[in-house]
Design a protein around this ligand. Structure first.
Ligand code: ADP
Ligand code: ZN
Length: 290
C-alpha cells in the first residue's frame, strides 16, 4: 500500500492506495494561508494511522516544488516538506507539483490524449500547468518550470495586469478565478467570486470583456505552447476552465487561429482525485525506472 497526498491552497486530500485503487481517504481544510509552519505535522496527523501499512508517501503539492523545498509562491514561504515527511513517517517520499501530478493522471487514464506530447492547464484559483513531452513530465531542479500561469501574453487592451510574481500580463493575472473576481468586483462595485461572475453576471456588458480577455489569454498561451512543443492536444481543467462559457470562448479563438496553431482541446478524465492518482502513478514509474 502507498499513501498519496494532495496539498492545495483550499484543501488537503490524503488517500491510502492499494493496487492503484483508493481504499481509504480523508480530506481536511488546508492551513497554507493560516498556519503554514505547522504544515508537515498537520499532514502527518492525517496519515499517521496508515503509515505502518504503507511503503511510500507520494505528495502532489501546490507551488514551486523541488526536492530541497517547496516554495509556496502565493504566501512567499519555503518549507523542506519532502525531508520533513520522510523523517516523520520513516518512509521514502516523492513530491511533485500538483498540476504536474494531474497531467500525469491524464497521461495514465485518458484514452483520448495524444500521449507523447500534451499540455494540461488548470484555470482555477490560479493558473497551473503540467507539460508532458516525449512521454515525460517536465520537471527541473528548482521546481520553477511548467508554471505556465507565469508566462506573459498579449491581449487587445491598453490595461496592464500586474502579477504577484513581479511581472505584468501573466496569464494568471488575467485569467485565474482570482483575477476574474477582482476585475469583475471592480467593474460592478461589489465583491464577487469567479463563480458568482459566471453564474449571475456573465452576460453583463461590463463583465463580458473581462471573460473575453481571460479566454484570449488562455488561447494565446495555447498558441505559445504549440509553437514551443508541437503538442497536438491541450487538456483544460479547473472550475473556471470547465465553465462552458469560458471553454467555448477559448475553443472559438483556437478555431479562428491559423492552421499551425490548431490543437485538440479535451476536458480532463481523471476527476476529483486526479492529483493523488497522478502522483501515485508518477512515483510508481520512478520506482520502476530506478
Ligand atoms: P482550486 O483552485 O482549489 O484547485 P477550483 O478549480 O475549484 O479550485 O477553482 C476555484 C476558482 O473557480 C474560484 O475562483 C471559484 O470562484 C471558481 N469557480 C468555482 N466554481 C465555478 C463555476 N461553476 N464556474 C466558474 N468558476 C467557478
Ligand atoms: Zn506571474
Amino acid at each position: 500500500m502507498d499513501i498519496a497526498i494532495d496539498i492545495g491552497g483550499t484543501k488537503i486530500a490524503c488517500a491510502l492506495i492499494e493496487n492503484d485503487q483508493i481504499i481509504d481517504a480523508v480530506k481536511v481544510d488546508s492551513i497554507i494561508h493560516t498556519n503554514i509552519d505547522d504544515l508537515a505535522p498537520y499532514v502527518y496527523a492525517q496519515i499517521k494511522h496508515w503509515v505502518a501499512q504503507a511503503r511510500s508517501v507520494n505528495i502532489a503539492c501546490t507551488g514551486q516544488v523541488s526536492p530541497d523545498a517547496v516554495n509556496f509562491l502565493s504566501v512567499r514561504r519555503k518549507l523542506p516538506l519532502q525531508a520533513q515527511l520522510r523523517s516523520l513517517t520513516g518512509l521514502p517520499v516523492t513530491i511533485i507539483n500538483d498540476a504536474s501530478a494531474a497531467a500525469w493522471a491524464e497521461y495514465v487514464l485518458n484514452d483520448h490524449v495524444s500521449r507523447k506530447n500534451f499540455i494540461y492547464i488548470t484555470v482555477s484559483t490560479g493558473v497551473g500547468a503540467g507539460i508532458v513531452f516525449n512521454d515525460e513530465i517536465i520537471t527541473c531542479a528548482d521546481g520553477f518550470c511548467a508554471h505556465l500561469g507565469h508566462t506573459a501574453v498579449n491581449i487587445p487592451t491598453a490595461q496592464s495586469y500586474p502579477c504577484h510574481c513581479g511581472r505584468e500580463n501573466c496569464v494568471e493575472a488575467i485569467a485565474s478565478g482570482t483575477a476574474i473576481a477582482k476585475y469583475a468586483s471592480q467593474a460592478l462595485g461589489k465583491t464577487l467570486s469567479a463563480k458568482d461572475v459566471f453564474t449571475h453576471y456573465a452576460e453583463h456588458p461590463d463583465i463580458m470583456p473581462i471573460i473575453d480577455n481571460a479566454a484570449t489569454a488562455v488561447a494565446e498561451l495555447i498558441f505559445n505552447m504549440k509553437a514551443t512543443f508541437g503538442n497536438d492536444t491541450v487538456i483544460i481543467g479547473g472550475s473556471v476552465g470547465l465553465a462552458p462559457l469560458f471553454i467555448n470562448k477559448v475553443a472559438a479563438k483556437v478555431q479562428q487561429a491559423p492552421e499551425i496553431y490548431q490543437v485538440t482541446l479535451l476536458a480532463p478524465k481523471s476527476g476529483a482525485n486526479a492529483d493523488v492518482i497522478g502522483v501515485h502513478h508518477y512515483a510508481k514509474k520512478q520506482l520502476i525506472e530506478s
